[in-house]
Design a protein around this ligand. Structure first.
Ligand code: CS2
Ligand code: MG
Length: 403
């Protein structure tokens, strides 16, 4: 069996920061894992370098579950995005090694393909409704079956999900957080118009999604969900902050618009009540922030009992290593719903050569042994880390709010 001989953390910034763990073994086989936590990258790098890596040396790389439990229970302090992103990186790297040693893509080790490909959704955004619809048409022409619509809100200088660039959205900028202002009433008035126009222009054969990004109270979310019912959204995402899982009961009492939540979750405990009470329809937790493939399978397994489907997070701040792992997971899991796909820049794709591909709105991880992704360390070294923060958001009276 392959024994772990060394491991190192590679921090690189090809346009945005990524943290990658590389684990090497005495059989010359190595594995890679994503450990990127947007805006707090170096915290995870240190957690790995200063606390995790020393405990890995000499271990049997095939003992993925044992190492997962060792890192989860052995730290004493459980859960949290930093800890679970570090554990996730180890987990992804060990699955990569196992696949390479077996000569199989990881999805074959997870039970094989349960579908031809993973349906993904693109991100149409614009400064106003018409520009957003124009972007959405471009995704339709590329064969996407699902598109998220996010547009500027009249009266607000900035809002979540709208960037100046056509196909990219990178919210983490600047060496200190940018401050934006928010008005729920302006937003609530605007969104139904975006989807009325969306259906008029794009028709009914395309799935339409929207991300509220944690900015409503439960009753406001109920109102928005009801206002959007005529437009049959695929999902309304992060409608309200989800620390209080029971809060979603209020939303469910008012609307049948499907709900998605969980990109900031880092363990099954964050979602247990939401799933068991069927308060959501899609769980967004993903490989890099929720403990890797091993734990994500547990979350998906619980969700499957309650007809909740997966809808993994897949923004630009999750590296191609995460995308490769998520696609191996998504291809094999029975209750797959959809995979988010915010394409990476050409620079990033060069640093992380990968086997996954997109065709006609479906993505496939490819059939290379392991996860089917690598990191070009020489190229990665050319892009030094650059501190960057996600924005912070205030109400128009200055009150700190949710970004
Ligand atoms: C968003 C993300 O992709 C999404 O649904 O919520 O863009 C999120 O804002 C970023 O991943 C935060 O780093
Ligand atoms: Mg989101």
């Amino acid at each position: 069996m392959p024994r772990i001989t060394s491991a190192r953390v590679i921090v690189t910034c090809p346009g945005r920061n990524f943290v990658t763990l590389k684990i090497e073994t005495d059989q010359g086989v190595y594995g890679v894992g994503d450990a990127t936590l947007n805006g707090r990258e170096l915290a995870v790098a240190s957690y790995l370098e200063d606390h995790v890596i020393p405990c890995l040396i000499g271990r049997d790389a095939h003992r993925i579950e044992d190492i997962w439990q060792y890192l989860y229970k052995g730290a004493y302090w459980r859960r949290g995005p930093v800890t679970m992103s570090a554990i996730a990186a180890v987990d992804m790297a060990l699955w990569d090694i196992k696949g390479k040693v077996a000569g199989l893509p990881v999805y074959q080790l997870l039970g094989g393909a349960a579908r031809e490909g993973c349906m993904v959704y693109g991100h149409a955004n614009g400064s106003d409704v018409e520009e957003t619809i124009e972007r959405a048409h471009e995704y339709l022409e590329q064969g996407y079956k699902a598109v998220r619509l996010q547009s500027g809100v009249p009266g607000l200088a900035a809002t979540y999900g709208v960037s100046g660039e056509r196909f990219y959205y990178e919210p983490a900028k600047g060496s200190l957080p940018e401050e934006t202002l928010w008005s729920t009433s302006k937003y609530m008035r605007h969104v139904p118009e975006l989807f009325e126009r969306g259906r008029e222009a794009l028709g009914w054969d395309i799935h339409l999604l929207h991300d509220v990004h944690h900015r409503l109270t439960p009753i406001e979310a109920g109102r928005l969900g009801k206002d959007l019912e005529p437009y049959r959204l695929f999902w309304l995402e992060d409608a309200t902050p989800a620390e209080n899982q029971a809060g979603f009961r209020l939303i469910r009492q008012h609307t049948t618009t499907p709900l998605a939540v969980g990109e900031i979750f880092n363990s099954v405990w964050d979602a247990k009540q939401l799933i068991e009470e069927q308060l959501i329809d899609y769980i967004r937790a993903t490989v890099v922030h929720a403990g890797g493939i091993t734990h994500l399978r547990r979350i998906a397994g619980l969700a499957d009992l309650y007809q909740v489907r997966t809808g993994c997070h897949g923004a630009t701040d999750l590296s191609p290593v995460s995308m490769a792992a998520a696609l191996n997971f998504g291809l094999s899991v029975p209750n797959f719903g959809i995979q988010e796909y915010m394409r990476h820049s050409a620079e990033t794709d060069e640093v992380f050569p990968h086997a996954y591909s997109l065709s006609n709105g479906l993505m496939h991880p490819g059939d290379k042994p392991g996860l089917g992704v690598d990191i070009d360390e020489a190229l990665a070294a050319k892009y030094a880390y650059k501190r960057a923060y996600l924005p912070v958001n205030r109400l128009e009276d200055g009150t700190m709010f949710n970004w």
